[in-house]
Write a protein that binds this ligand. Structure first.
Ligand SMILES: [Zn+2]
Length: 88
């Protein structure tokens, strides 16, 4: 199964964990953690919060290593969500 990269958290996710649009179709840009029913699950989140969240996950060994978290943080500014001047 080809894994996708979430355009919000920068983490790889499988097809099964694609986010959902308002019409319940799948959204391949975002993972289900970040995007559900056509909207971001956490609107208030900014890029700094996302960095903290990734480091926090690494600290708790929640799916990624510290190195992976740091790699992911590097790509965050290039992701669709953070490229936008105005967040949904
Ligand atoms: Zn995500």
């Amino acid at each position: 199964m080809k894994s996708l990269t979430c355009q919000s958290c920068g983490l790889p996710f499988s097809k099964k964990f694609r986010g959902t649009n308002k019409d319940l179709s799948k959204n391949s840009d975002y993972c289900l953690n970040c995007f559900k029913d056509g909207t971001f699950t956490n609107h208030q989140l900014n890029i700094q919060d996302m960095e903290k969240k990734l480091l926090e996950m690494a600290r708790h060994h929640d799916g990624l290593t510290l190195e992976e978290a740091q790699q992911t943080i590097k790509i965050l500014p290039d992701l669709k969500r953070w490229k936008m001047t105005h967040i949904l």
